[in-house]
Design a protein. Structure first.
Length: 115
């Protein structure tokens, strides 16, 4: 009965077919690519951050857990805060050189991009 939860069916038109079985679409989990196959870009950004500078790592292909683990490693090694969401890693401050060096040491394909 958990598969036929009424909250998942909000906005669905009523069916008069007694044999109708409503199914929901589940999003596919993206498999994490090997570090050597990742194509990461390291950016410096100030937009919409109150003038604060952040280092962005874009282009990660994989699960959210792996993204958060990579972000945790980068934040720990740089000694700063940050976050990981929407396929991006945000590191507080201008740490482009250090982040690039850490990614290359970890076996990732990475390079500087943008301004």
């Amino acid at each position: 009965m958990a598969d036929n939860d009424w909250k998942a069916r909000l906005g669905v038109v009523f069916s008069t077919n007694p044999d109708f079985n409503y199914t929901t679409e589940e999003a596919e989990e993206v498999e994490t690519l090997a570090p050597a196959k990742q194509n990461l870009r390291v950016w410096l950004d100030r937009n919409h951050r109150g003038g604060k500078t952040v280092t962005l790592v874009k282009g990660f292909v994989g699960t959210d857990d792996d993204l958060k683990e990579l972000a945790r490693m980068l934040k720990n090694r740089c000694g700063v805060g940050g976050s990981a969401k929407d396929g991006e890693i945000i590191i507080q401050g201008d740490h482009r050189e250090r982040v690039l060096q850490l990614l290359l040491e970890a076996g990732y394909r990475a390079k500087k991009a943008g301004a």
